[in-house]
Write a protein that binds this ligand. Structure first.
Ligand code: SAM
Length: 245
C-alpha cells in the first residue's frame, strides 16, 4: 500500500508517457535539479505529470549529474482537465505578461491566446518561454493539466474565424462602475478577452460588442491593470460557471 511517507514533495512536468512500470528518463536540467540541487538519490520518489496521464509517484533508479531515470509506481492523481475556458489577452510588459500566463494556468484556463490589438504594447512574445511559465505554474499548484499557450495572432482575425458556440466574455473598461452582473450567462465553452494597457480602440470595442457571441461585462468600479483584470475575470467566471462552484 502506498504510504503518506512516500508521497513525493517534488513535482515535475515531463514529455513522456506515464503508466505503471514505465521508465522515464530525466532531461539534463531535471537531473541537475533533482540530484544536485534537491539532493535526491536512488530510491527517492518524485511526482511526475505530463498533462495527459495524471500524476504518478516515480522512484529514482539512476541519479547522475547530467542524467537520470525514474520508474512510475503509483498514480496519485487522475488527469483533472479545467473547464473549457480560453483566455485572450494583449501582451503587456514582459514581467506582467509572464504573470498573466502563470495566473491563467493556476486559475484553470484551458488555452491561453496572446492577441495583437491596436494598442498592444508589445507585438512579440516568446511563446516557448510563456509555455514554460504555464508548465512551472502547473508544477507548483498541483495541477495535472497544462494549458497550451498559442502564438500571438491578431484579435480581429480570431474574431473573424470565431468558433460557433463559444461565448465571449468581453471585459470592457468603458463599462467601469456598472454592476458586474454575471448572472444568467449561458453554460458551454467560453473565452475571456482582456485588452492592453491602453485599452481597446473604439473600432475594436464596436467589433467586440457587435460580435454575436459577445457578452460585455464590467469588472467593478475601478479600472484594473490588464494583469489584475485577467485574474479578476478568471475568478469571476470560475465562481459563476466554472469549477469553483
Ligand atoms: N487605458 C484604459 C482606460 O483607461 O480606460 C484601461 C485599460 S485596462 C488597464 C486593460 C484591460 O483590462 C481593459 O482593456 C479591459 O479589458 C480590462 N479592464 C480593466 N478594468 C476593467 C473594468 N473595470 N471593467 C471591465 N474591464 C476592465
Amino acid at each position: 500500500m502506498f504510504s503518506l511517507m512516500e508521497r513525493a514533495k517534488i513535482r515535475l512536468f515531463v514529455e513522456h508517457a506515464l503508466g505503471q512500470g514505465n521508465s522515464v528518463p530525466m532531461t539534463q536540467p531535471q537531473a541537475n535539479y533533482l540530484f544536485n540541487v534537491m539532493r535526491l538519490g536512488v530510491g527517492d520518489v518524485v511526482a511526475l505529470f505530463n498533462g495527459q496521464d495524471g500524476e504518478w509517484t516515480c522512484r529514482v533508479v539512476d541519479a547522475a549529474k547530467r542524467r537520470g531515470m525514474v520508474i512510475c509506481e503509483t498514480q496519485t492523481l487522475p488527469l483533472q482537465t479545467p473547464p473549457d475556458l480560453w483566455l485572450l489577452f494583449a501582451p503587456i510588459k514582459k514581467a506582467r505578461t509572464d504573470f498573466i500566463v502563470e495566473k491563467a494556468a493556476e486559475m484553470g484556463a484551458s488555452m491561453i491566446f496572446p492577441v495583437q490589438t491596436e494598442y498592444t504594447n508589445s507585438d512579440r512574445i516568446r511563446q516557448d518561454k510563456l509555455q514554460a511559465h504555464a508548465i512551472e505554474a502547473a508544477e507548483q499548484c498541483g495541477g495535472t493539466y497544462v494549458p497550451e499557450v498559442a502564438n500571438i495572432q491578431k484579435l480581429s482575425a480570431m474574431l473573424d474565424a470565431w468558433p460557433e458556440g463559444r461565448h465571449l466574455l468581453f471585459c470592457d473598461e468603458s463599462m467601469v462602475g456598472q454592476p458586474s452582473n454575471l448572472k444568467d450567462l449561458p453554460s458551454g465553452p467560453w473565452a475571456i478577452v482582456i485588452g492592453p494597457e491602453g485599452g481597446f480602440s473604439d473600432r475594436e470595442r464596436e467589433m467586440l460588442r457587435d460580435h454575436p457571441s459577445s457578452h460585455a461585462i464590467s469588472l467593478g468600479p475601478r479600472i484594473l491593470r490588464a494583469d489584475t483584470a485577467a485574474v479578476a475575470a478568471l475568478a469571476l467566471w470560475q465562481t459563476t460557471l466554472g469549477d469553483w462552484t
